[in-house]
Design a binder for this molecule. Structure first.
Ligand SMILES: *Cc1c(COP(=O)(O)O)cnc(C)c1O
Length: 470
């Protein structure tokens, strides 16, 4: 096989990229193909002979396109997903083009330096302690994992146990306090760390999914030995925030390390009008958030912030004679994350913050919250449509037929979601909330405006009408 002409290939990719993005916002907000249909398109025997690069790229695009979902689109409200902003995408292309292994500062000074500066910008944007160390990871799942690894290291160090050296065999038990409506990936982190996803004390929550401070206080009083408390900024369904002002001091009294999962909710701190929702959060010890959700960095991108950078490094450092030692002035990304060889995640983060600026990020977060509220009001004004949460942030949960538990409203809700996903005007998914089926709307796409939100509401009501008539 001849070496491909990179200029030709990269131009082809750029043209195809522009073509794909130009199909928005009109593109149906759903995949045309199911998984099995996609699989049928891709299925082939292992090729013995290679093929020219431009043909391979064309084939990949042809096979993938029908199975792509409209995640970059302005009416995509599924799960909580960002929309891969073009500026961050372009920077991410360069990241791949440059082919840097961003493990340490000697291997790639530019990659390490971009992270150093993007890290400082993130701390400032989110109002977190400037001395915190920052790990650039793949998402909030890994960010939570790293934050909890630092927590585990430090709470055990305080009782004389070196968990990095000795593991958990024979270690003093750690009490983990966690809200009953924490995100499922927190439990994954506990599972990876040997802390066990069932060996936790679950704290009662209120109707919005916030921990009840009195219940937390009681659990904190009863806890003995090392304690880790896990709080949340932005519940996945309601967008609610734990009461940091009330709970963090209680956790402190119990000697706990406080970790906050703020995968999307931490971004409330980036706008003056929502900042109050996450007041007091800066007093925690570690925080996790995503770059690929509200910041619009392409997948995958997340950040962990740890106040005690010694604990952070202790939990993550990978050392070997062939790797540079961490100096006073340099920052080695791999000492703050689980990976050694890794993508230069600082570049797209640097680019999107440079592009939007503090004001642009604030405007975007604010706009998404306004769209969420507008959509909720329009929906709630309709007969038989019920918004179940107070929309303070960007999350809306909706139930059709009746707000109350019951099989008929469950059916109407599930059917309406199915219709919506079939029609493709917008994309929305479902969940169970307080014993009821609900539809979830997460407003997190850079392209979403009030008008797009209104088009989406029309699409939702059309689907519900069809279900009601049937
Ligand atoms: C999305 C999310 C996570 C997991 O983040 P990933 O980026 O999918 O790894 C964790 N917690 C909350 C609250 C989330 O919304």
């Amino acid at each position: 096989m001849d070496h491909p002409d990179p200029a030709h290939l990269f131009r082809q990719a750029a043209e195809e990229a522009a073509r794909y993005r130009s199909t928005f916002p009109a593109r149906p907000h759903k995949p045309a193909d199911s998984y099995l249909e996609s699989l049928a398109r891709f299925s082939a025997e292992l090729p013995s002979q290679g093929a020219p690069g431009d043909q391979v790229l064309a084939q990949l695009i042809e096979q993938a396109d029908p199975g792509l979902n409209a995640m970059p689109g302005p009416r995509f409200f599924g799960w909580v997903m960002g929309a891969s902003h073009p500026v961050a995408v372009a920077a991410d292309w360069m990241t791949a083009v440059w082919g840097q292994n961003a493990g340490n500062h000697v291997a790639s000074p530019a990659a390490a330096a971009a992270e150093t500066v993007a890290a400082r910008w993130l701390l400032e944007l989110l109002g977190l302690p400037q001395e915190a160390s920052v790990g650039f990871v793949t998402g909030a799942t890994m960010a939570n994992f790293v934050g909890l690894a630092a927590a585990r290291s430090e709470v055990l160090r305080r009782v004389g146990w070196d968990v990095e050296a000795n593991g958990l065999f024979g270690a003093p038990p750690i009490t983990v306090l966690i809200g009953d409506d924490a995100h499922t990936t927190i439990y994954a982190g506990l599972q990876y760390l040997g802390l066990g996803h069932d060996r936790v004390r679950r704290i009662r929550t209120d109707e919005a999914g916030r921990m009840v401070p009195e219940a937390f206080a009681e659990a904190a009083r009863e806890a003995s030995g090392p304690v880790i408390a896990i709080l949340q900024a932005g519940q996945i369904n309601t967008g609610a925030f734990d009461d940091f002002d009330a709970i963090i001091p209680l956790a402190r009294e119990a000697g706990a390390w406080v970790h906050v999962d703020g995968a999307f909710g931490l971004w409330a701190r980036a706008t003056p009008r929502r900042k109050h929702l996450a007041e007091g959060i800066e007093l925690a010890d570690s925080w996790a958030t995503d770059g690929h959700k509200w910041l619009q960095v392409p997948f995958d991108s997340g950040y962990v912030f740890v106040r005690d950078s010694d604990a952070h490094r202790r939990a993550m450092t990978i050392a070997a004679s062939y790797l540079p030692a961490a100096g006073e002035t340099e920052r080695d990304p791999s000492h703050l994350v689980p990976e050694l060889s890794r993508r230069a995640r600082g570049f797209p983060t640097w680019a999107i913050i440079r592009h939007l600026g503090r004001n642009g990020i604030s405007e975007m977060v604010e706009r998404h919250c306004a769209v969420a509220r507008d959509m909720a009001e329009r929906l709630a004004a309709e007969d038989g449509v019920h918004v179940l949460n107070t929309v303070e942030l960007n999350q809306v949960i909706v139930r059709f037929g009746s707000a109350e538990p019951g099989a008929e409203a469950d059916r109407q809700t599930v059917e309406t979601i199915r219709r919506i996903q079939h029609d493709g005007v917008l994309f929305a998914g479902g969940a169970d909330w307080r014993g009821r089926k609900v539809m979830r709307l997460s407003v997190t796409s850079w392209g979403t405006t009030l008008e797009e939100g209104q088009k989406a509401v029309d699409g939702i009501l059309q689907a519900f009408d069809a279900v009601r008539m049937s």
